[in-house]
Design a protein around this ligand. Sequence first.
Ligand code: SAH
Length: 460
Amino acid sequence: MKDNNKNLPVIKNKNYEMTIDDIGINGEGIGKIDGYTLFVEGALPNEVIEVKVVKTRKNFGFGKLINIIKPSEERQQPVCKIAKRCGGCQLQHLSYKAQLQYKRKKVQDVIERIGNITDVQVKETIGMEEPYYYRNKVQFPVGKSIEGDVTIGFYSMRSHHIVTTDKCYIQDSINEEIISKIKSFIINNNIKAYDEKTHRGLIRHIVTRTSHHSQEIMVGIVINGDKIPNEKKLVDSLKEIDRVTGIFISINKEKTNVIMGDKINILWGKSHLIDYIGDTAYKISPLSFYQVNPIQTYKLYSKTLEYADLIGDEVVWDAYCGIGTISLFIANKCKKVLGVEIVPQAIEDAKENAKMNNITNAEFYTGKAEQVITDKYKEGIKADVIIVDPPRKGCDTELLDTIIKMQPNKVVYVSCDPATMARDVKILGEGGYRVEMIQPVDMFPQTVHVECCVKLIRKD
Ligand code: SAH
């Protein structure tokens, strides 16, 4: 489609005054000029702004925020100096109360528009008391600035340009010390940062993982090579930080956006962390998937358990179970829980986690949820409750078909993308399930992401 359409109510590169009505899925302000929709990054609902039209399409366009004529009452000064440039947080300029309302509305909108459900009121988003410093896992890209200096930080919005980050308000502040030590080591030992374009240079990413329970930290360095020169110096320097209990390298020589390589070498200390969610302990290895906000994960899993409404004699499927987190959290409330997950290493972790917690009524299967649950159903295994926690793309239709055939009393849908959840819930609705409750949980304060937990029950 060509830019600069002639019959539009706006002209490219001209400035206009407009009112913002809504927030889009990426946190951008949305408003209309003479019926023509404009998306404006950084603008908030109820604001009157001066905007410059920068791109026009037939039905909508994009504007640059030039001046805020009347600010929203919910606008706040971002705590982070680089909030505008860094791609990590999209909503720091919006009060936390309004962020939670925005997330509730985002879920309500898709459940009506995509899910075709108009008789369910989405509950208020469960937020955090302190919506900062929550992340237990951080992955910092390492690169070179235009001047040739080593830079460590985060990618800016929709790009791979690294914004140098000395302080980040959504992660553990101990990372500042870790990053500063690694940066000095790289500079003093004349080590090259990785360059994505040429696929040369050694240091690609710094990865840290924290146990919320013990406060221990593992530090990983992802390298495009086999070894770090003078690595003992680096280890000695990082060991000085009390909370650091393990240091590893991850070898990744591929031309890829995937951060970690499959091979992990422990340079010093422990090979894993132990964390707790409620009373359940989990072993977390450098490559294991684990929810990034432990405080909110407890609230999300508690809601999942509440929605599953178990009395003790049920068989439960936990589909997309990862390292068995939800399975083990609910195991002592039901007769048996069956977990299925596609990543073999995660299933090994799940089995080990079951042993560590002395849980004997959990079984884990490696494979695609849609295949394993369908095959087991054909063998006669039926569940009373099915919990699904799929990745962003949602559930495979084969799994939804099997659920509809199996007819469990309840389905609890844990979702990290409300749009695919709404699509799947519609299919389950046509197959005999009614949505009873929808609870958004804010796992990612300051960002546009929202997690939610949905309770579906059989209509008959
Ligand atoms: N319930 C877990 C993990 C949720 S993330 C937790 O709360 O920690 C979604 C998981 O689904 C990931 O571990 C991913 O590896 C897995 N996955 C993706 N596609 C799958 C499929 N078709 N079948 C089973 N698991 C799948």
